[in-house]
Design a protein around this ligand. Structure first.
Ligand code: ADP
Ligand code: ZN
Ligand code: ZN
Length: 741
């Protein structure tokens, strides 16, 4: 008799596939992607079926296959494209399949819990008036139930019934025993896709008639979708050019035709407006907002709603690229350049790149949107791998803001705000217009430096200086979180002349409050936003005009649309410029353009002030001339010259240890062997200490591999890992790294 064999990849225990025979009673119910419980040694374990075959493929005498135990979820947990994607990620990022599954399948689904069930009460037979009279005398709670059901004949959840009829579970049981009522269990849907889950306010958003540029972009995208083939397109539109409107139109078309969509945003809490617009426009198709605030129950329900096709749109941060949607037709990555798409723990994947790859597996369209595309994306566009649609103008002829560069070398030494910025702020306050002040550093001051001995106060566990948080009077490490009471003299020589230098958002708030006592000021950074609701509150107040000035870190640079903002001040444009990172110029350009894009979105004309000590730096010069295309061209040429990405692919390997001698020894040994084993496949640079030499008491070194093809190099690294044990040294592989610290 025919028998079926399932190949199963386990979620934990053993990182390799095992084969099991499918018992007869489960035949025809176990598919590729099904989650099953299987015997493993003396225990049982859970995993995903990654392949199904006939027993004829096996020599029965050799393989006494164990039977798998049971099916954990009715529906398959992974579709065919996701299984392929999982294997690709394993080989590309050099991680285990188990690590991929942990990212792909929410833990509540992996745990194999069923849906939540609740008791539902329904009427079997209504007692007669006489009987009710009798019940009333002896059991008023039961009588209340009878009266309730005299009015309401539908099945109802017991919990709701007890509340509405003001009765007790005992009374329900009694009437069940008497044969008037009955109960059954009903699967509960916690309706994760209906309630008010995220910080989103529903913004009623009527479709605007598209302008000519939007229409062309929309037609291009619809062409991709209707081609029924895999296509990737960059929607390169300046800030405020109406990209979101175009996304929503395309999504609506897809949904109306029965397809489904994924919409990725860098950080869901920072995009309440976009989420609100999507909800109001597409909510009818079951919109799931996938965010970290979901309870396990909500997450499970949302996930099942997507897997069953009850919900066909999902919006969320990077991990929702793995949503189990069927009939996927469109994947949108908004603000595709954002580094938040890169996961900074294992597996270190980039949500944008996964989106493109998943679309290729599904044969559908992928749309990458940005006002400041990543160089990687432009490179792919130039190479003809991606198509491009441009929107060069803002909506309704709103002009791009005017940009002024202020050379801080000409201001008072150590000044935080230039004269011109102060004047323009005052003018805004007088006219009742709003301003945004941007500084990408939280806390009060950055460096505690002693003029007598030159000592700079550093974290005892990391090689970075401690930041002063004046309000709490503590100093804090922004890497590991170490805190201590703020010093008032040099900790090295005791000199009282030691001083704080550098500014953070707390200081900006203090100074502005003193300068403009009547101004209403809000601050948005990670310290001020400890609670989730705070975002909503501050952003809501700012939009409602209850605040005049919003101060913040990069949190406020992202996609926010405030029509009344006419001034944006970038207090220190040099922070990102001086990072030891080949992307420093690119990141500076993205930041300036994005922050500047917050100005002048409404009727008033916008102005942007950029303060810098390096007005000659390329991204700043090009920003001033509003000529980002030339900047990108120049930057792309630079990268190519030095074989940096995107011209070459980069794999970075970090080695860490508490013992720096051991670390240096093994890292050099590793580099030597790597050169011998696969030096012909790539260019190896290093080893050298990482820019952040020490973090949380670990010393850090790194090696860079520049190559044209990642997978073979990763495979060689994994091979070397097996043949060179490094006791006491940890090693991390980062493919396409975004952070180079
Ligand atoms: P982007 O995503 O490119 O920054 P948005 O889609 O947020 O731009 O659009 C900016 C503003 O312009 C929004 O308030 C939006 O409602 C409005 N808008 C978009 N398209 C149109 C249009 N065709 N006509 C009028 N207003 C539009
Ligand atoms: Zn000193
Ligand atoms: Zn530290």
């Amino acid at each position: 008799m025919e028998k079926t064999v399932a190949t199963v990849a386990l979620f934990s225990g053993m990182d390799r596939e095992l084969s099991y025979s499918v018992p007869l009673e489960l035949d025809g119910k176990v598919w590729e992607g099904s989650m099953v419980r299987v015997p493993l040694k003396a225990f049982s374990s859970v995993g995903v079926v990654v392949g199904i075959s006939d027993v004829s493929d096996y020599d029965q005498s050799k393989y006494k296959l164990k039977k798998l135990y049971s099916l954990v979820q009715e529906e398959p947990v992974l579709s065919g494209d996701l299984i392929k994607l999982a294997y690709w990620m394993r080989d590309y990022y050099g991680c285990s399949l188990q690590a991929v599954f942990e990212s792909m399948i929410p833990s509540v689904v992996r745990a194999g819990k069923g849906a939540l069930e609740a008791k539902e009460v329904f009427l079997k037979k209504l007692p007669t008036a006489e009987e009710i009279e009798k019940i009333k005398k002896r059991a008023p709670k039961q009588a209340a139930l009878c009266e309730f059901f005299a009015q309401y004949k539908e099945p109802i959840l017991q919990s709701a019934l007890i509340r509405l009829a003001k009765t007790t579970p005992q009374a329900v049981d009694a009437l069940v025993a008497k044969g008037y009522l009955d109960t059954r269990n009903r699967e509960l849907n916690r309706a994760a896709f209906e309630d008010d889950l995220s910080s989103a306010e529903i913004i009623s958003s009527e479709p605007h008639p598209l302008n000519a540029e939007q229409q062309t972009a929309f037609d291009d995208i619809m062409g991709d979708i209707n081609s029924g083939k895999f296509k990737t397109r960059l929607l390169y539109g300046v800030t405020g050019s109406g990209k979101t409107e175009v996304y929503m139109r395309a999504m609506k078309e897809v949904l109306d035709a029965g397809g489904s969509c994924i919409f990725l945003v860098p950080e869901i809490a920072l995009t309440p407006q976009t989420v609100g617009r999507l909800k109001s426009r597409l909510g009818d198709c079951g919109l799931v907002v996938w965010h970290s605030g979901l309870s396990d129950g909500q997450r499970l329900d949302a996930w099942r709603a997507l897997a069953r096709g009850e919900a066909r749109v999902v919006v969320g941060a990077r991990s929702c690229v793995f949503a189990p949607l069927k009939n996927l037709k469109l994947v949108i990555v908004d603000e595709e350049h954002d580094t938040a798409y890169k996961q900074d723990k294992n597996p270190r994947y980039n949500g944008r790149d996964i989106a493109v790859f998943r679309a290729s597996l599904c044969g559908c369209a992928c749309l990458l949107g940005s006002a400041t595309p990543a160089l990687e994306t432009l490179y792919n566009t130039n190479a003809g791998k991606y198509e491009i649609s441009r929107i060069r103008n803002r909506i309704d002829g709103c002009k791009m803001p005017s940009v002024f560069i202020v050379d801080m070398k000409r201001e008072k030494v150590g000044a935080m705000l230039s004269n011109i910025l102060c004047e323009k702020l005052a003018a805004r306050l007088e006219r009742g217009e709003q301003s945004i002040l941007f500084l990408n550093r939280r806390g009060y001051s950055k460096i505690f430096e002693c003029p007598d001995c030159g000592n700079v106060k550093e974290c005892p566990h990391c090689s970075i200086s401690l930041t002063w948080h004046k309000r709490e009077n503590i100093v804090k490490c922004h890497m590991c979180g170490y805190t201590e009471t703020a010093p008032n003299a040099c900790p090295n020589c005791g000199s009282p002349k030691a001083k704080w230098r550098g500014h953070g958002t707390q200081k900006v708030e203090d100074v502005i409050t003193k300068m403009f006592p009547s101004a209403r000021i809000g601050r948005m950074d990670r310290d001020a936003m400890k609670r989730r609701d705070n975002y909503r509150k501050v952003l809501g107040d700012f939009r409602a005009g209850k605040l005049d000035i919003l101060i913040g870190t990069q949190m406020i640079a992202k996609g926010l649309d405030f029509p009344r903002v006419t001034l944006v001040g970038v207090i220190d444009a040099d922070i990102s410029l001086h990072m030891p990172d080949f992307r420093a110029a690119e990141k500076t350009y993205q930041l300036i353009v994005q922050v500047a894009g917050r100005a002048g979105r409404g009727d008033g004309h916008g102005e942007v002030i950029i303060q810098t000590l390096h007005p000659e730096a390329a991204p700043i010069q090009y920003a001033k001339r509003d000529d980002m295309e030339s900047f990108l061209e120049e930057e792309l040429a630079n990268r190519t010259e030095y074989s940096y990405p995107p011209a070459m692919r980069l794999v970075r390997q970090i080695f860490k240890s508490r013992n720096d001698d051991k670390l240096a020894f093994y890292t050099e040994e590793w580099a030597k062997r790597a050169e011998k084993q696969f030096g012909h496949m790539c260019q190896i640079r290093g080893p050298s200490p990482a820019p952040l030499e020490r973090s949380e008491d670990f010393y850090r070194w790194h090696i860079w591999y520049f190559c044209t093809s990642v997978k073979p190099v990763v495979a060689e690294i994994l091979k070397l890992r097996k043949s060179l044990p490094m006791p006491g040294v940890d090693e991390i592989l980062d493919v396409d790294p975004m952070s180079l610290m």
